[in-house]
Ligand binder design. Sequence first.
Ligand SMILES: C=C(O[C@H]1C=CC=C(C(=O)O)[C@@H]1O)C(=O)O
Length: 568
Amino acid sequence: MVLVTLWLAGASALRAPVTDVAAALAEVRRIVEATSARRVEVFVHGPVEPLEWLRSASRSSPRVYWAAPDDRGGEVIAGIGACDILSGASGAEASLVFERAASLPDGAKYVGGGRFDAGAATSPEWASLGGHCFVLPAVTVETRGGGNQGVVACNVMGARSEALRWLDEASRSADVEPLKPQRIAVATTAVPMNRAWRRLVEKALDAFSRGSLEKVVLARRERFRIRVDPFGVLGNLEAAPRAREACYRFCIALPDVAFVGCSPEVLLWARTDDKKLMMTSDVLAGTRRRVSDPIEDAILRRDLLVSAKDALENDIVGDFVLDRVKSLAFNASLSDVDVLELANVRHLRRTVDATIDDPAALCKLLATLHPTPATLGVPSPHARTFIRTREPFDRGWYGGPFGAIGPGADAALCVAIRSALVRSSDLFAYAGAGVVPGSDPDAEADEIRFKLGQIHDALAAGTMMILDADDDGNNVQEDASTSSSLNNNNNNNNNNNEDEEEEEESSSSSSSSSSSSSSSLLYLHAPSVPPSKKKKTTMASSASSASSASSSSRRPAATKWTTEDRHL
Ligand SMILES: C=C(O[C@H]1C=CC=C(C(=O)O)[C@@H]1O)C(=O)O
């Protein structure tokens, strides 16, 4: 097999350096046409913003995005098209992805992810993403350790004509309309709703006292009836304070569905360090919110550091990860605790670091690490059963592994928390909290609300297109019929579903300001598509705001909350 990687600077000393993505794409095209290289790379000497390129380039799919935090290599891959897709109904088949990735030319990587729980029934909203999907993008714009220079690349695994078609697609700008900012209100509904949530946490506390469980991570799903450009949401997530420094940003967009997120937690990061193969896995558990007042914020930080309950949550994850890593790697060590500060919340963080002899162990490690008790609980089988039978929605890819896998031992997969599913005219956001003996249901609900604040802020930042607001603003309650059909599809405990339906009814009849309701109004100051364009535009073909091109350097605007917003 011929592996040819052409770097413009090395390929022709006579050529002037390429300084922008458009020129690099043209150069890549010229080389792809003229050679039989399996991967062509052209170096760009100048600032490169892969996400901006992805947002302003063709709306075709698939499109993928993967970005690591600055202090973890800072690799960014934005990709359009696919020269290979590994997908299926089951959860991520890590071995197949690692096996295929091993034969890729240097630099080429699969980007994708999979379900949190491959064994749980898939609900309709998650159906099109499947159990797992890893894409080898046809055309990528990439940076490493900052955007001052980058690489434009084309992977050619099949027909050359297909690669050229994707290069043409990648060079085409989206037809972007200038958008008029408009203030709209979007109703959100969280499941399980408040009463059912309390009962769920109480059931977990009961299981702890009976000795069948030690910890379980319980989640809530929030639904927004809006149609947004997922890469617009991603741009706002990435523009939030501390996101680039501390979070993995990711998105996969297929024709009618997208999954997007900004997670602070790495499941498995492997790299070669001083000729040794090193791996890192985060131990992230224990949370307090961030507030703007520096004194109160410092008190919350201290409170987290001295909390026995949060230390227990973190210890459970630490013991599990260390144990699993020790079984496959050597020199495994658990670091001291540190506080990871994010925009909305802070966490207790430790890392497990180890050296690996055999690159093949990476694939086994991934299989044995996921899901850690940071998203599942312990003992794993009991926590899994508890979640499968009692959580009233399908987690889908929330909490699953998402990342990039290349040849050799080049792999990074985050835990896809702080994430959202964008589908048709719905956005579903997810967040969970670790429940341990001593947990208080209302405090855990608050914690989830603070975590979801990250998605709320991204939606409220107003730089992504909102397509489906009514003339007066969108204000749609989650209807009981949809909710219960999702519940039934998820094989859930009937009593719990009855609770949900009971609450859905009470909330819609008593208005969203009821203290027992989990509905709220989130005001978004968002550009909207001109009415004439509304009907024609689909999610896959939606264009993002032209003014959003500079959004990555902007802080999200303050969210305008109504009083009832805080009743999640
Ligand atoms: C499960 C989530 O967070 C995990 C990661 C950090 C802190 C957590 C906690 O304190 O409970 C969770 O374990 C989520 O954000 O949905």
